[in-house]
Design a protein around this ligand. Structure first.
Ligand code: AMP
Ligand code: MG
Length: 347
């Protein structure tokens, strides 16, 4: 299949391009498009055949349900049945934005979209291209991240090209995504709201509007024997090709340097994902990539997946990543880093 790639204006998406993309989705095709979190791979959420193609091209396990994207808040009420009272305040405060709500699914939702579950994941993205596209389709769009399953999520159109070129109809390229980690997945289908995956909307922000809120142990990203409630979280995730270790805690700089030297001595090519300037000294012997110019967690989140892919291109044998504290956006960052490392954590 030939994949068409179209640059599109982020703030004022060209109408012609939106209509072309919407037409592809309406006919059952696949379009990769930008959101504020990462690029999504979209299909008509109500067309089982089209949704099935998403799983096939991504090689996504069929038990891992998709997030359904809408462009008007009221569309939630068509897709979900029995909407709990917290929904109103959550969508008033956080939609459009990186918050996905898990609710009981209505009858119009095909089983393949929810991977056979009786719940549905819904969000309204905060990106003009995504919103215009959904509106032009007149249909909700099912869209997981537009990467091959298990690989780091795409924050540039180039990443989508790397993973899916020749397998999908169209890629809309609006430049780098803003947030860089996926949405927060919040389960509202059981009595106490529970974060199943930390993301763009932090625990602290949610806590301001919700009286009761818990974080599922799996969402922290450390290895646990407790079963994931979000099916996707039990699968391999965000993994670079190289082996990876995350180093956390107070003495992390010293530990990273020791680990790097030991592995260099063994003849390995090492990549470092760094925040602290003290790691600059490793530049002589390792490929050191800084998340950003300063210690801002926003920059860490924005650049995380891109740098993982860059280190893969450098063909390093081992990636050593500097951890952050898991508060605020740090919880989402550590969840991604720990999973990318296959839970190999030093602290
Ligand atoms: P992705 O869009 O690829 O970033 O993944 C979407 C995430 O939402 C995965 O972790 C899914 O397991 C999760 N998810 C989607 N639908 C549901 C649902 N009905 N219940 C729980 N988790 C869900
Ligand atoms: Mg994904």
């Amino acid at each position: 299949m030939k994949t068409l790639i179209l640059k599109i204006d982020k703030k004022n998406p060209e109408r012609k391009k939106i209509l072309l993309a919407a037409n592809i989705i309406r006919k059952g095709g696949l379009v990769a498009f930008p959101t504020e979190t990462v690029y999504g791979l979209g299909a008509d959420a109500l067309n089982p055949k089209a949704v099935k193609k998403i799983y096939e091209v991504k090689r996504r396990p069929f038990d891992n349900p998709l997030i359904v994207h809408i462009a008007r808040k009221k569309d939630l009420f068509r897709l979900a049945r029995s909407v709990p009272k917290e929904v109103k305040i959550l969508i008033r405060n956080f939609w459009p934005g990186p918050l996905t709500l898990i609710l009981k699914a209505s009858k119009i939702v095909p089983k393949v979209t929810t991977a056979g579950l009786d719940t549905i994941a819904i969000r309204m993205p905060n990106h003009k291209v995504a919103l215009d596209l959904i509106k032009a389709c007149g249909k909700p769009i099912a869209a997981p991240s537009a990467n091959l399953s298990g690989r780091p999520s795409p924050t540039l159109a180039q990443h989508v090209i790397q993973d899916l070129y020749g397998k999908i109809d169209l890629i809309l390229d609006a430049g780098p995504t803003d947030i860089g980690v996926e949405s927060t997945v919040l389960d509202l289908s059981s009595p106490t709201p529970q974060i199943l995956r930390p993301g763009g909307i932090t625990f602290e922000k949610l806590k301001k509007v919700l009286k009761d809120l818990v974080v599922h142990p799996v969402a922290i990203g450390k290895k646990t024997t407790i079963l994931a409630k979000s099916p996707g979280l039990k699968h391999k995730h965000y993994a670079p090709k190289a082996k990876m270790i995350v180093v956390e805690g107070k003495n992390r700089i010293k530990k990273i340097k020791e680990l790097a030297m030991k592995n260099i001595y063994e003849g390995k090519k090492i990549g470092i994902l760094a925040i602290s300037k003290q790691l600059n000294t490793l530049k002589k012997n390792c490929i050191v990539k800084f998340f950003g110019k300063n210690k801002s967690l926003k920059l860490v989140a924005k650049n995380l997946f891109k740098l993982l892919r860059e280190l893969d291109e450098e063909k390093v044998d081992l990636i050593i990543a500097e951890g952050v504290e898991d508060t605020g956006l740090g919880l989402a960052i550590m969840n991604r880093l720990r999973k990318a490392a296959g839970y190999k954590i030093i602290n």
